[in-house]
Design a binder for this molecule. Structure first.
Ligand code: GRG
Length: 293
């Protein structure tokens, strides 16, 4: 099986697990949580976790609850990010955003519900042998990446800094925290559950960080190609800081660095390489609008 096919199988396993995790009690709140998570999405982060886990010999059933927990955290952030007080987006994955479908109050709580459920999943999953000994380390890693030092802190910078006055250092700090930190934690989680040796952690870090930076850089390129409004941007992005051509060069550089890091891991990392190379495909027409399944 090639990497594309095996990743397809992993994506399907993630979707099946999420469907079961979010079975809920039929209440409006549980419907809103299901709506937000099961409305599509690339499942990029859980695929990274599962692929990294597999590279280091972890059993898929061990990794799956953690991979799903990270996807729940990602989806909570999208629900909250779409709210009128933040990005004020009416659509997500080509469908009405959670607050458009369920109202702001329920969307806010659905996000909170997903975030807390993620930690319940990680703390409560059954782990055997050595993997059990790293549970605490994984939870700390994911908490930090999603918290004030990571995604929330990055979002705070994003809403407070303006495209006009921002320095390159400040911009790099935004994307490292807002986007790259959870992506890096996704990779590290798989590696930790697979008992990756300390000697390979630098390479894992380099891969995860660069793929995270590439992810946001690519998203900015896709956004700029979609936005033909001519009114400019209200939030800092890679194009406003570096310009279009330099942004494309940066994307290629990040991906080159991520793949070079994999070369230092003498294991089968072809899925991780495939996921990195996927980010080089930047085509016109925002995929998120089409990305419903
Ligand atoms: C705590 C009030 C409160 C809000 C949190 C942290 C946050 C708000 C929002 C962050 C949203 C975010 C990280 C946006 C940038 C990252 C990004 C490119 C998201 C899109 O991710 P994809 O492309 O989406 O993986 P799919 O649909 O494939 O899952």
């Amino acid at each position: 099986m090639n990497a594309g096919e095996s990743l397809k199988q992993k994506k399907s396993a993630v979707n099946t697990a999420l469907d079961s995790i979010l079975a809920g009690d039929g209440s409006v709140l549980s419907q809103a949580m299901r709506y937000a998570v099961l409305s599509g999405g690339k499942r990029f982060r859980p695929l990274l976790t599962l692929s990294a886990g597999e590279s280091f010999g972890a059993d898929q059933n061990t990794v799956l609850p953690f991979a799903c927990a990270i996807e729940l955290i990602h989806n909570y952030s999208l629900i909250h990010d779409d709210l009128p007080c933040l990005d004020n987006d009416d659509f997500r994955r080509g469908k009405p955003a959670c607050h458009k479908a369920y109202g702001e109050d329920i969307a806010l709580l659905a996000g909170d519900g997903l975030l807390t459920l993620a930690f319940e999943l990680m703390a409560g999953s059954s782990l055997k042998g050595q993997a059990a000994s790293v549970r605490g380390e994984v939870i700390i890693e994911v908490s930090r990446s999603a918290g004030v030092g990571g995604m929330i802190g990055g979002q705070m910078l994003d809403v407070t800094l303006t495209p006009e006055g921002i320095s390159k250092e400040e911009f790099q700090s935004i994307i490292e925290k807002k986007t790259a930190s959870l992506i890096l934690a996704s990779v590290k989680t798989g590696a930790l559950l697979g008992q990756a040796p300390l000697s390979q952690m630098d390479a894992i870090y380099d891969y995860g960080k660069n793929i995270g930076l590439a992810f946001q850089t690519r998203d900015d390129i896709l956004d700029s190609e979609e936005d033909d409004s001519g009114i400019g941007v209200s939030r800092p992005n890679s194009i406003s800081v570096y310009g279009y051509e330099k942004t494309k060069e940066r994307l290629e550089r990040y991906i080159g660095l991520a793949i070079a890091a994999l070369d230092k891991i003498s294991l089968d990392t072809k899925e991780l390489k495939f996921l990195a190379e996927m980010l080089l495909k930047v085509k016109k027409g925002k995929e998120n609008a089409k990305n419903t399944g």
